[in-house]
Ligand binder design. Structure first.
Ligand code: NAD
Length: 454
């Protein structure tokens, strides 16, 4: 749970301080976030008043050595920062210290609130597409992510983007999460309080060609994690599952109770088996709590355009293929079949902005912390379907480019249409999507232009 704490001068006598206008500018972005939290009891808020009226500076080194509040130190370093008003540098400095000491700061008017970041979250695959967006949302919500990624399907561009967005990189282990000794070391050293498990191979076609690669990575990483969670009593797990577990459902929209069909690929089967493993584990260990998130079709990128989907080789997913075609890296898009039973004959999917998806992970952690032993499944989608042609048209609208495409034959194994019923996520997790298909394509296009430049 996020917790905001309140302090005033008399509660923590050393936490009085003064901030200049530069600092107030920095806080503007955070104001909405604070307002959101004012519904919680005031005694949980840290409130620091602007009490030092003489305009002198702060020494953030000393501030953070204390690790609790912001203490005015009228020494040379602090003074220089304020005199020069090096806003960018100063912002980075603050972010670095806040991250290091698990503090977050927000403000309203002349009052500043800060909170201690409450929980360390181990994020396997945290440098990947969905993982990196979730890392930014975790930090924004006051958690401390610890990333483990072996970079088998990502690269430095995501780290550069994270650094740009966050001011500095979260703790990162470039390790393989199927390595028992390394993982045990990380558990011992970091003492995480929850795990979000993204790390997996995810290419459906490749999984048909190399099933063992998929079974080894996707299953053994999960089993090892659960063993370590049991050993170190890390109670909470959020697991990345997929709507592939439903196959072509008989009824739409798909609810969490919709019966699963036989998996059409080894990849899909790993998700079904992983879900079952987690359910059995929680059943046998009543101390543990898990959320299984069935993603529909994550698309888009961070609004900054600094992180996004990074396909290696020919993209297997629609949107990276579209943006690469838009950027002239591919000649044209081939749409697989236009004779399906849909409004324009092309397949229907439920596309969800990756930022909305990332936020659902934060909601899941918060929800879990209020539960007894539980293993709950949630659909994550927009709750509406769009055809492939509608996606193409939306891309043309946001990019102002005409996308060359042709219609090819149907692709074996493609489901005709699928979209989610998200009532359960909305009501239980208190989560809903906020971003549209067009916003997702706009952000994906911004990301494409960014990596096109690099
Ligand atoms: N993107 C989608 O369309 C989609 C849909 C449904 C479910 N999912 C699931 O969501 C999760 C994240 O997907 P994504 O799209 O971000 O994929 P991604 O490939 O971008 O991210 C996965 C990350 O895990 C890392 N990884 C893989 N195996 C590892 C290992 N053994 N040790 C350490 N790191 C490892 C990769 O380097 C990569 O950075 C996966 O479990 C995937 O199956 C994705």
């Amino acid at each position: 749970m996020r917790q905001w704490m309140k302090t005033e001068g008399f509660v923590f006598p050393n936490t009085l301080f003064h901030f200049t206008d530069v600092f107030w500018d920095l806080l503007e972005e955070e104001i909405d976030d604070v307002v959101d939290h004012l519904s919680i009891p005031l005694e949980n808020l840290v409130q620091i008043r602007q009490v030092v009226p003489n305009g002198r500076g702060l020494d953030f080194h000393n501030v953070c050595q204390l690790g609790y509040g912001l203490v005015p130190q009228q020494n040379r370093r602090g003074f220089i920062f304020w005199r020069k008003k090096q806003k960018k540098y100063f912002k980075r400095l603050i972010q670095r210290y806040l991250l290091k000491f698990n503090l977050q700061v927000s403000g309203i008017d002349s009052t500043v609130y800060f909170r201690r970041t409450m929980r360390k979250i181990l994020v396997t695959g945290g440098a990947g597409f969905i993982g990196s967006h979730t890392v930014t949302e975790l930090i924004h919500a006051g958690f401390t992510p610890i990333i483990i990624d072996n970079f088998s399907n990502t690269d430095e561009r995501i780290l550069d983007g994270l650094k740009h967005i966050l001011g500095q990189l979260p703790v990162l282990y470039r390790e393989d999460c199927t390595d028992a000794a390394i993982m045990e070391n990380i558990f011992q050293k970091e003492k995480p309080e929850a795990v979000i498990h993204f790390a997996a191979f995810k290419a459906v076609g490749e999984s048909v060609e190399q099933p063992l690669k998929y079974y080894r990575n996707n299953l053994s990483s999960l089993i090892l994690l659960l063993e370590l969670m049991k050993k170190y009593q890390v109670r909470d797990l959020v697991f990345s599952s997929s709507c592939t577990v439903y196959g072509q459902p008989d009824q739409l929209p798909v609810t969490e109770k919709t019966p699963q069909k036989e998996a059409t690929s080894p990849y899909g089967y790993t998700k079904q088996v992983c879900e079952r493993i987690i359910q059995d584990f929680v059943q046998s260990e009543p101390n543990f709590r898990a959320v299984l998130l069935r993603y529909f079709n994550p698309i888009g990128a961070h609004h900054s355009g600094q992180i996004g989907e990074l396909p290696f080789g020919v993209p297997g997913n629609l949107v990276p293929y579209i943006t690469q075609t838009g950027a002239g890296l591919r000649e044209k898009l081939t749409i697989h079949g236009n004779d399906y039973d849909t409004v324009d004959g092309t397949c229907i999917r439920d596309f969800i902005h990756v930022t909305d998806l990332a936020k659902a992970h934060v909601k899941s952690l918060e929800w879990l912390s209020g539960q007894a032993s539980v293993c709950e499944v949630f659909n994550l989608g927009q709750g509406i379907g769009n055809t492939v042609l509608e996606v193409v048209q939306a891309f043309e609208k946001v990019s102002g480019k005409k996308l060359p495409y042709s219609i090819g034959p149907r692709r074996a194994g493609d489901v005709e249409k699928v979209w989610a019923d998200v009532t359960k996520s909305k009501t239980m997790l208190n989560w809903k999507t906020e971003l549209t298909l067009e916003q997702a394509l706009d952000d994906a296009w911004r990301w494409q232009q960014h990596i096109g430049k690099n």
